[in-house]
Design a protein around this ligand. Structure first.
Ligand SMILES: [Zn+2]
Length: 254
């Protein structure tokens, strides 16, 4: 995504923190780096705006870089410049308590490597699916009809999981999609990888993993919470009479 800004202007400090807070962040420091400062000869150059921000809600650091794509001196708009935003550091997003720690940790690692290695981010998303299968006690092998032990790959294990949990068709598509994308990055050599894998694409994939986790764990936990809350509310509004026995009744004046 390209962020357009008037030349000479700075980006605002309004950001959404991974904690969920969307507001103006406190700016600890900021600066601009122009490659022409150190390389006056090159016909192409780029400028970057750096920001170190603190979220007023969770008080964690957020480090951003806005970089404009390289362009020829003659070939640019005199009034506006387009920048790409990179998140250099962000606090780990808090995930719902119902998501097993081991899975949440892998997704947090994927988020951490986004700025430095989108490729590793893709592979970790696939690893999160493997961990889901493990947590859900989906076996890694099975004994076939000939009595031989057969290795089950992630595709087969996900199918077993979808069957076991009676998950819907749309979730099947998303889970296999994450697996397939992860496969490309895990198995193919660098030569076959698409040229432009940006942070944005990994963030989309992490979002899909989060969607799966919400459907698998968070929805169930919230339903249970709602049922418990309703039960507690009903008991409060309609208490079962206690200690009401015959002796009490005989105490009544009529
Ligand atoms: Zn925050």
């Amino acid at each position: 995504m390209t962020h357009i800004i008037e030349r000479g202007q700075k980006f605002s400090n309004w950001e959404r923190c991974p904690c969920g807070n969307l507001s103006e962040m406190y700016c600890v420091c900021e600066g601009i780096y122009d490659t022409r400062t150190h390389d006056t000869e090159s016909p192409v150059y780029s400028t970057s705006q750096y920001k170190v921000l603190i979220c007023p809600s969770c008080e964690q650091l957020l480090i951003l870089r806005y970089i404009n794509s390289e362009f020829e001196f003659e070939d640019h708009d005199p009034h506006f410049a387009g920048y790409t935003k990179q998140i250099l550091y962000a606090p780990a997003k808090e995930r719902h308590y119902s998501i097993p720690r081991t899975i949440a940790d892998i997704v947090a690692q994927a988020e951490k490597v986004v700025p430095t290695s989108p490729r590793a981010g893709f592979i970790l998303c696939r690893a999160a699916l493997e961990q889901i299968c493990k947590e859900q006690a989906i076996p890694e092998t099975k004994t076939n009809s000939k009595g031989e032990v057969e290795h089950l790959d992630l595709k087969k294990r996900l199918n077993l999981l979808l069957e076991k949990e009676k998950l819907s068709k749309d979730l099947r598509e998303i889970m296999h999609g994450i697996r397939e994308i992860g496969n490309i990055f895990a198995h193919d050599s660098q030569a076959y990888l698409p040229d432009k894998i940006s942070q944005g694409e990994v963030e989309v994939l992490i979002g899909l993993v989060d969607y799966v986790l919400n459907r698998l764990y968070v929805d169930n936990a919230r339903t249970k919470e709602a049922v418990d809350e309703l039960k507690a509310l009903k008991e409060k509004l309609n208490p079962t009479p206690k200690g009401k026995d015959e002796s009490n009744e005989s105490d009544l004046p009529f």
